[in-house]
Design a protein around this ligand. Structure first.
Ligand code: GLU
Length: 480
């Protein structure tokens, strides 16, 4: 097993990178890849690079790029080199690296390893369909590979659009040891000459991505296993250019709970969606790090703990399913790890204006255990400092079940100034002939609108007496 830590035998520092295309908000699958790559570098005391792959000019926007920086930082990921901070391998946006790509392309040209391809999309499509119909894996048929110099010159003179293809060597095996999947072998005869420069002059992903990894000194490429079949092509390019080949770790794609690749129909799929929902970065980190990677610890890990627990040898092949129930679990844990100040500042916007420090402290001590998301804080702040505006259906049912007489009695025993709640409830139980849930549930329902929530007595201590009385009276009328 390769080791992910810097040892005396490995003089090269570990350099990893995250190379997103800014064509949308950061998808959870990419956030997971970014986190694992970041942890791999930090664990080894190496460097982590952010490279923006914005070659798709039509779909890449500055807005998405700026959102990307913000989302990564929010998740707790920082980088040692990147478009916003520069570094020894600048520039870090592929749009700004075109001259470099042209230089490296011309080396392949000079070595006779490229040729222009004039095939139209329609011709390529027909060829593809013919191969599929014959039960062959589709690959470029090599139509333009053996054009004569005159034939090429004639087509170029006619102004036909030309892509540039890489001449894949015949009859060879490309092999590499994937950190996750072990040894991989590919026959070059199955690969087919592939495009390295499109007809519009832009370099194709295979080329710019591989060349950049090599030029930026990346030693470990950690990415989704949808890239697995790209890797032999990239290795061939790097070999042809005499550039260093990194190690590869292809991690399982992120799936939804139904086993299909995580997509919009699963609900929130961008980091931003979940952030706006109120999830905390610590919750996302703790869930994402366990998707395709197993932790030694089952417990909540802070940032240092995540780095310490991460190990490349524990990247696994098992399907990685994004599970909102697990995210909820980590959210609860993360909230529990906030200091009172952090907790208060997290929920500040949900509290009514004008609360003094003591009211805030009381609210935290009463409601904190029942708050997983800021929206929960809003709901409990409303119960405690506001008016009841709605009843859960189960709460309404509990009120009706208890009946008018119960609340008439409750008003007498609880709804007067100075009533000591516990004793008053005991007396109510005796008077109404109820105990346990039959006694507490209708009271909770009447006083909070819910059948669950923080402990009742301390919560009521925060309510003005008139409000307690009004709520019991309202319940009495509801129960008629
Ligand atoms: N821009 C590519 C992507 O987002 C990068 C893949 C890689 O990590 O090599 O899929």
């Amino acid at each position: 097993m390769p080791s992910d830590s810097m040892s005396s035998e490995s003089p090269d520092p570990v350099v990893t990178r995250f190379a997103p295309s800014p064509t949308g908000y950061l998808h959870l699958g990419n956030a997971r890849t970014a986190l694992l790559s970041f942890l791999a570098a930090r664990k080894a005391g190496g460097r982590f690079i952010l490279r923006v792959e914005d070659t798709d000019e039509a779909r890449s926007t500055d807005e998405f790029m700026i959102a990307l920086y913000a989302d990564l930082k929010w998740l707790g990921i920082d980088w040692d080199e990147g478009p916003d901070i520069g570094g020894p391998h600048a520039p870090y946006r592929q749009q700004e690296r075109r001259t470099l790509y042209d230089e490296w392309l011309s080396r392949l040209d000079a070595a006779g390893l490229t040729y222009p391809c004039f095939c139209t999309p329609t011709e390529l499509n027909i060829s593809r369909k013919r191969q599929l119909a014959a039960g062959q894996p589709p690959r470029y048929a090599g139509t333009c590979r053996n054009l004569t110099t005159e034939e090429r010159a004639e087509r170029l003179a006619r102004g036909l659009p030309a892509a540039l293809r890489f001449r894949v060597p015949e009859g060879q095996t490309v092999s590499f040891v994937d950190v996750v999947h072990g040894e991989q072998r590919f026959n070059t005869d199955d690969i087919g000459d592939f495009i390295i420069r499109r007809t519009d002059g832009s370099t194709a992903f295979f080329f710019s991505n591989a060349v950049d990894d090599a030029l930026m000194g990346v030693t470990l490429v950690l990415r989704g296993d949808d890239h697995m079949t790209n890797t032999p092509r990239q290795i061939l390019l790097l070999q042809a250019l005499g550039l260093r080949i990194p190690r590869y770790a292809h991690v399982a794609l992120l799936l939804g709970m139904d086993g299909a690749p995580l997509s919009k129909r699963h609900g929130d799929t961008s980091l931003r969606d979940l952030r706006e929902h109120g999830y905390l970065p610590g919750a996302l980190r703790n869930h994402l790090v366990r998707l395709g990677h197993s932790c030694v610890s089952d417990g909540w890990l802070d940032e240092a703990g995540l780095i310490a627990d991460f190990d490349l040898t524990r990247l696994g092949r098992a399907a990685a399913k994004f599970d909102e129930a697990q995210l909820r679990h980590w959210q609860k844990e993360t909230v529990a790890h906030l200091s009172t100040e952090e907790f208060l500042s997290w929920i500040a916007a949900e509290l009514p204006p004008g609360l003094d420090a003591q009211q805030k402290a009381q609210f935290v001590s009463v409601a904190r255990a029942n708050i997983e998301l800021p929206s929960d804080a809003r709901a409990w702040a409303n119960v405690i400092f506001g008016k009841l505006d709605a009843f859960e259906p189960t709460a309404l049912a509990a009120i009706r079940e208890a009946g008018e007489g119960f609340f008439t009695e409750a008003l007498k025993l609880i709804g007067h100034p100075g009533a000591e709640f516990k004793q008053a409830v005991k007396a109510l139980g005796q008077a109404a002939g109820k105990k346990g849930p039959a006694l507490f549930m209708p009271l909770r329902a009447a006083l909070t609108g819910f059948t669950h929530g923080p402990e009742l007595a301390p919560m009521l201590a925060l309510l003005p007496f008139a409000e307690v009385q009004a709520r019991l009276e309202h319940a009495r009328r509801l129960a008629v």
